[in-house]
Design a protein around this ligand. Structure first.
Ligand SMILES: Nc1ncnc2c1ncn2[C@@H]1O[C@H](COP(=O)(O)OP(=O)(O)OP(=O)(O)O)[C@@H](O)[C@H]1O
Length: 335
């Protein structure tokens, strides 16, 4: 095991069971998150990004469960198999919000409307960092100031509804960062914010990553964001990882038709209005009636008989992995 890996997910399978039907929402996903680096997981709505995050945090909805696979956290006290921990047991509660923190698209998922921002950050610090009330208050003010919130001494005593959307997002990040987490999971953290605030929040996250050597697992559907902020990336489709590797390498040499299609569907800043944007044809299949073999085949121009069988993971070079029978053709066509 390379010692820069802080979180490893191996062959994860998380299924939903509704009305005697099974949705294999995550069907054998593997990746590693490295110390002080950002890994982005990207893919269309429903591909399994959020369920991956909830599996790691053991915050899965009632009808779902981890069926197989390993989720290992490499902490200062040694390895912890998260998938083996009790959802609400002492060890999981210690990890959650402590060593592994999460920020959400909607800050009100994490913030309680009836308590002041300061109270909520203090509570986290008192629980996880064993600080007394006075120390925790001082640190809460420092954290708000670090997040760029003006007048932190005054604002620490305000309620979430007194904060703007962007400020609430900052307050939630302050709460998540309060216990110096080793891993920060960010699930579409800026989708609800306007572009300027979005850029500021990412800038802030990257600053924190540098300062505290935090590993970030960023969940997004936005290839532009992936390009801007991540060291590594993984593309998900229908519960599978179809391509992964260093961000620069994957974006330069996409080998999966789906990655290529995602890239062709986004505008490039500064290229003006006359760009040939290609929406991805078709739509994602019904998760309860998944196709046999490659999940992307019905939307793919490279489809052949081989695709009736699920392609294996293949190494393109170094850490660049792809799951497509036709990746060499895809790569060649991109040149
Ligand atoms: N609470 C739930 N009950 C039943 N099925 C669910 C639930 N949450 C997610 N799923 C299913 O799990 C699969 C993966 O969903 P997930 O929310 O992880 O996708 P996502 O990539 O995060 O999408 P989005 O970008 O829209 O959040 C989908 O097929 C979805 O229908």
């Amino acid at each position: 095991m390379e010692n820069d890996v802080v979180l490893r997910v191996k062959d994860l399978k998380t299924f939903f069971y509704t009305n005697e039907r099974c949705n294999k929402a995550i069907n054998g996903v593997s990746f590693e998150v490295k110390k002080g680096k950002t890994l982005s997981i990207v893919g269309e709505s429903g591909c399994g990004k959020s369920v991956t995050a909830s599996s790691i945090m053991q915050l899965l909805p009632d009808l779902s469960r981890i069926e197989e696979g390993e989720i290992t956290y490499f902490g200062e006290q040694g390895e912890v198999r998260i998938d083996k921990l009790k959802k609400n047991g002492k060890d999981m509660r210690k990890l959650r919000g402590g060593d592994i923190a999460m920020i959400f698209q909607d800050p009100m998922t994490a913030l309680n409307p009836v308590y002041t921002i300061g109270f909520q950050i203090r509570e986290n610090l008192q629980n996880h960092m064993k600080m007394n009330k006075k120390q925790a208050h001082k640190r809460a003010v420092e954290l708000l100031s670090l997040m760029g919130i003006p007048n932190p001494e005054q604002r620490v005593n305000e309620y979430p509804h007194q904060f703007s959307g962007g400020m609430r997002q900052r307050a939630m990040i302050a709460m998540a960062m309060s216990c110096n987490p080793k891993v920060l999971i960010a699930d579409e953290p800026t989708t609800a914010l306007d572009v300027t605030i979005q850029a500021q929040i990412f800038e802030l996250m990257m600053k924190l990553k540098e300062e505290f050597n935090t590993a970030i697992l960023l969940i997004t559907h936005d290839m532009g964001v992936v390009n801007e902020v991540s060291d590594d990336m993984a593309v998900m489709y229908m519960g599978n990882m179809v391509e992964s590797g260093g961000t620069k390498e994957v974006l330069k040499n996409p080998c999966h038709p789906y990655t290529k299609a995602l890239l062709e569907s986004i505008p490039i800043l500064g290229k003006g209005r006359n760009q040939n944007l290609e929406p991805i044809k078709g739509s994602t299949p019904d998760p309860y009636q998944r196709p046999v073999g490659c999940q992307f085949k019905d939307r793919c121009n490279y489809r052949s008989e081989k695709c009736e069988e699920m392609p294996p993971e293949e190494i393109v070079q170094g850490e660049h992995m792809v799951r497509c029978w036709h990746w060499k053709e895809v790569l060649e066509d991109g040149k």
